[in-house]
Write a protein that binds this ligand. Structure first.
Ligand code: FAQ
Length: 330
């Protein structure tokens, strides 16, 4: 399996023969499907890759609250508002499980947040797009949570124990998120002509950014080969993107909506759809901070951090007072 991987994904991944005895023993554990737990020996690159991926994933969950949070006060009914509130709160919970998983690798939550706020750590490109209408909330649940699930279900089998266990819980909640989004789209698509138009417009704007969530195409993915050898990633970016398209096209047909891609066509031979690639220059611009909402999103997170300083200081003062009192009593 490992030898095959090295062959198929190419350069930069050490062959078993080039590894130190510790590295080889580690790789053999991964190949046997064993989980790696926090205090066990691991190559520095494995630790760093996990901190990067889990940290970015946690940031995505937290920043991902902002586009939908924008509509909580404007949800069309009390029921929709309660559902959206629950969903946005779930995303906060996902962020917290993931920060905890990252902390087991020896990085503090404050360090991770500092890197996010200073622009030295990424979060998913998708959250740099605006939510202009209520239909966008449907499109996010359907497409963005749909893409997130496609990526995260295999991550339940990732090699790092705390990440894999966090993913199991997160995936359960993401399924509810996807269903609520599709339910909004059904109401809109089967509603008045204006509502259907809003649903189509939301699909038009969110389709390609959703495809970008899976990362650059395999030939441009810098981390995939090593991450797959370590089973941090289970599938390549293109494999998951293809599965997402194959799953989503019939869902769009059921809604009576059109995927905004003239090249979309069933390919009998490959057993999947042919489809157009997203505009990768737009993707890299968004990653560089030049997407439509990058400044607003990061600004909101930095403000929340600064506004919460008094609260964190209060908690620390209380904790210090308590431990001083405990010491005095001993
Ligand atoms: N956005 O070599 P690769 C959610 C970066 S959760 C921004 O292919 P890798 C829930 C990548 O970091 C959504 N950056 O990288 C929700 C790397 O840059 P670096 C988040 C991206 O790591 C729903 C460079 O490009 N999910 O939505 C993106 O092997 C609704 C080269 O790329 C996860 O984080 C992107 N889309 O593969 C919340 C899942 N794609 O770090 C609220 C876990 C790539 O060297 C509402 N993560 N980059 O500076 C993963 O599976 C992987 O990290 C990938 C990227 C697949 C995202």
């Amino acid at each position: 399996m490992y030898a095959q991987m090295v062959k198929s994904t190419g350069e930069g991944v050490k062959d078993l023969k080039e590894m130190s005895p510790e590295e080889r023993a580690f790789q053999e554990r991964i190949d046997r499907g064993e989980k790696i737990e926090p205090k066990e020996w691991m190559p520095e690159g494995y630790r760093k890759t996990l901190i990067r991926q889990i940290g970015q994933h946690a940031h995505s969950e937290i920043v991902g609250q902002l586009p939908e949070g924008n509509w909580i006060t404007r949800a069309p009914t009390l029921e929709r508002k309660a559902i959206l509130l629950a969903k946005v709160q779930d995303e906060a919970g996902h962020g917290l499980y993931l920060y905890c998983a990252a902390e087991t690798l020896g990085v503090s939550r404050d360090e991770l947040l500092e890197k996010l706020h200073s622009g030295n750590m990424k979060y998913s490109s998708i959250f740099n797009y605006p939510t202009l209408t209520w239909a966008d909330i449907g499109a996010i649940g359907w497409l963005v949570d749909g893409a997130a699930i496609m990526n995260q279900v295999p991550l339940q089998r990732t090699s790092y124990g705390p990440y894999s266990r966090a993913m199991i819980r997160i995936c359960k909640e993401e399924s509810f998120h996807q269903r609520q989004g599709y339910d909004i789209m059904m109401k809109m698509a089967k509603g008045t002509p204006e509502q259907k138009e809003m649903a189509q417009d939301a699909l038009n704007r969110f389709w390609y950014p959703s495809l970008m969530m899976f990362g650059p195409s395999d030939k441009d993915s810098v981390h995939s080969a090593q991450s797959m050898a370590w089973k941090i990633k289970i599938n390549t970016n293109d494999e998951l993107r293809q599965k997402f398209v194959d799953q989503t096209v019939p869902q769009a047909e059921y809604l009576g909506l059109t995927i905004p891609d003239e090249n979309l066509a069933w390919n009998e031979e490959k057993g999947g759809y042919d489809f157009s690639e997203p505009d990768w220059s737009e993707f890299y611009e968004v990653l560089k901070g030049n997407g439509p909402c990058n400044k607003e999103r990061l600004g909101a997170r930095v403000k929340a951090w600064e506004d919460g300083a008094w609260f964190r200081e209060g908690l620390m003062a209380h904790a210090e007072k308590q431990s001083a009192a405990k010491l005095a009593a001993e």
